[in-house]
Write a protein that binds this ligand. Structure first.
Ligand SMILES: Cc1ncc(COP(=O)(O)O)c(C=O)c1O
Length: 395
């Protein structure tokens, strides 16, 4: 016996990719390069190891679910500065540490999706293509996922004007990723405000997935809390998800936070005392130090900018290349993403992710990701350049 909702979970994109490439050999004499996973390989700042070492004794203590006051205060002040939030809108009471936003994005569905005894299922709105956790969370919470295409025609952001009133009436949760994975598109303040307005009118929670917000090319992306502040100065119906994985190049630390609507934070904190996932105290101490430091983030941004410069030099005018305003992915229209991924592995030893694996087939069988490949510019400059040269020579 098991929870039959598990049967609705599809294979994760990296399992599909492993299957796609399992019978294909990369060329001999060429070191394979994986650009398929968004796992930053830039070295983290020294203060990470130093702070962890200084808190060794804390491994002997169970961490409290709400974390430490130092962590929450540092994060609240980071948010206030970053988004020019009004005094008191987000204080340490409105912040919770999470063990990476992946688990938090999954668990929020357990908080947000109501149990219905009969009648229509609650809806979760999900941009398409999307971070696959959203669909897994909707499935395990018993909700109906409604996918909103985010393709080139609509600037790679879902068009909420196309969601019917009857779907909005059933919506319990909406995931929105900005800067988005995989396209690197950025929601402006008006866009966020429109979605927040819908969330308030239809009483659903907006889960604003903003883990790429510090990796921008020129202009800092606006955030959901910033938009809420401009609307009425409250975070009602908004929960923002932030992570150190990309900002500070520490995906292995498993450290992020959520902040926003006071009622949601309180209820979610209660749920989290049961689900677990409290961040260990040495990790919280290191995370506090990382959120308080901007120098390493600036250096990180500069490194990504250099790699986008290289990508632009090599790919400009080809494969519908565009330079995204944020994030660290290239999203290239290659016509047939799966075919291209096989070809690149076989002929160039470069592993990329077919866009279809981040997307859902529509009724006609096609998906908004079919034509694309996603390329993660997460390696050092030299490796990235080598991979892009091989890719350009192959395609
Ligand atoms: C869109 C998006 N959201 C959330 C995450 C989760 O990041 P983490 O769990 O490392 O905070 C990722 C990781 O790749 C992501 O791409």
């Amino acid at each position: 016996m098991h929870n039959s909702r598990l049967d609705d979970l599809r294979d994760y994109p990296f399992q599909k990719l492993a299957r796609l490439l399992e019978t294909i050999d990369p060329p001999t004499g060429m070191t394979p390069i994986a650009l398929s996973i968004g796992e930053p390989q830039h070295p983290p700042p020294a203060l990470l190891a130093d702070t962890l070492a200084a808190h060794t004794a804390d491994w002997g203590r169970y961490p409290p679910t709400p974390g430490t006051p130092e962590f929450r205060e540092t994060v609240a002040s980071w948010l206030k500065n970053r988004y020019a939030l009004p005094d008191g809108m987000i204080t340490e009471k409105h912040v919770l540490p999470v063990s990476g936003t992946r688990e938090a994005l999954f668990n929020i569905a357990l908080y947000a999706i109501p149990q219905v005894q009969s009648g229509e299922r609650p809806v979760v709105l999900i941009p398409d293509p999307f971070y696959q956790i959203y669909a897994g969370a909707a499935a395990m919470a018993g909700a109906e996922p409604v996918f909103l295409p985010a393709d080139a025609d609509n600037g790679f952001l879902p068009n909420f004007g196309e969601v019917s009133e009857s779907v909005l009436a059933r919506t319990a949760l909406c995931y929105l990723c900005s800067p988005s994975n995989p396209q690197g598109s950025v929601a402006d303040l008006a866009y966020w405000q429109n979605v927040i307005g819908l969330a308030r009118r239809h009483d659903f929670l907006l889960a604003a997935d903003e883990c790429y917000c510090e990796l921008y090319d020129r202009i800092p992306p606006p955030g959901a809390l910033e938009a809420a502040a401009a609307l009425d100065g409250t975070a009602s119906h908004v929960l923002a998800f932030h992570s150190l994985s990309k900002r500070s190049s520490v995906p292995g630390l498993r450290s992020g936070f959520v902040a926003g609507d006071p009622d949601v934070v309180a209820g979610y904190a209660k749920l989290r005392t049961y689900t677990g996932g409290a961040s260990p105290l040495p990790i919280l101490a290191a995370a506090t130090a990382l959120w308080a430091d901007e120098a390493h983030v600036k250096a990180n941004r500069a490194l990504y900018r250099r790699k986008f410069d290289i990508a632009e030099r090599i790919l400009s005018g080809r494969l519908h290349f565009y330079r995204p305003p944020a994030g660290f992915y290239l999203w290239l229209d290659v016509g047939d993403g799966e075919r291209c991924a096989r070809e690149l592995w076989h002929r160039a030893g470069v592993k990329v992710l077919p866009g279809a694996y981040l997307s859902r087939p529509r009724e006609d069988g096609s998906s908004p990701g079919d034509r694309y490949i996603r390329i993660a510019l997460v390696h050092d400059v030299e490796t990235t350049e080598e991979a892009l040269m091989r890719l350009a020579a192959t395609l």
